[in-house]
Ligand binder design. Structure first.
Ligand SMILES: [Zn+2]
Length: 266
């Protein structure tokens, strides 16, 4: 049946936003609760990027208003911050750490609680290398902000507990909502727990697998003083991101001072 072939295969990932397979968990950073993740295509990708993702101008603001509820989209200084989301992942996080070490760069890792629980050694390595940590929810729940304050609180606390099981004294003062799907309750609870909401200002949509060349071009053309750059070291095939990072780092380190987001945000 002809029409049938146009419908993407239905996989668990599309109905839940996450699936765990032999090569690890895959997260879909789609902006809307319950919105299925489809294979990127020229006609659909713009619409699917949706209102909760960053603006096309890289400002972190979106058309029609500010959906950030006060979340930080820039560093607030001339320095640029690289952020790596959805890990840790044993395939990619060590590659990122090695590259950052090669260029003497400190960054921020927004880790998923269940991945922290499964890979405490990688959490330890992140901290040992001088990078800072950011809570990215227990199960990469894009719809977390629509749940009750109690449910949000327990999710964030469970995630922090998994991180602290690996690194008992590491500060966790940032929270990044999966999909950038901020709501007033999730921002409020994060702040109550001592975490500052963290968005981004440069988004190459590397999770859509645009390829290393496009990821590199987007980051290098949009990077500016104060940028917070969103990249992923987990959640699927991240080889494109790894290859892009190798090209991005020499350029960015020549143009900017790069920093791990501070653990004492004001
Ligand atoms: Zn994410």
């Amino acid at each position: 049946m002809l029409g049938r072939s146009l419908v993407p295969d239905q996989t668990p990932r599309q109905s839940t936003g996450v699936t765990t397979s032999a090569d690890g968990p895959h997260y879909a950073d789609q902006p809307s609760v319950g919105e299925p993740s489809r294979a990127p295509s020229a006609s659909a990708s713009a619409a699917e990027t949706g209102p909760a993702e960053t603006g096309q101008d890289g400002s972190g603001r979106v058309a029609g208003g500010d959906n950030l509820f006060g979340a930080h989209a820039t560093t607030g200084t001339p320095r640029l911050a690289l952020t790596f989301d959805d890990g840790p992942d044993p395939r990619y996080t060590p590659q990122v750490l090695a590259l950052l070490r090669e260029y003497d760069v400190r960054a921020t890792f927004c880790v998923v609680g269940e991945n922290a629980q499964n890979h405490p050694d990688l959490i330890q390595s992140i901290v040992d290398d001088g990078h800072t940590l950011c809570n990215h929810s227990w199960h990469h729940d894009v719809g977390l902000g629509t749940r009750s304050a109690d449910a949000i609180r327990s999710d964030l606390l469970r995630t922090n507990a998994a991180i602290r099981a690996a690194v008992p004294n590491a500060p966790i003062v940032w929270y990044r909502q999966p999909g950038g799907a901020w709501t007033y309750p999730v921002v409020s609870v994060a702040r109550q727990l001592g975490m500052t909401p963290l968005h981004w200002s440069v988004d190459p949509s590397d999770w859509e697998l645009p390829g290393a060349t496009k990821i590199t071009a987007t980051v290098l053309s949009q990077a500016a003083p104060g940028s917070v750059v969103l990249l992923h070291d987990a959640g699927g095939d991240r080889q494109g991101t790894m290859d892009a990072l190798r090209r991005i780092l020499p350029d960015l380190t020549a143009r900017f001072e790069l920093e791990a987001l501070p653990t004492d945000p004001t």
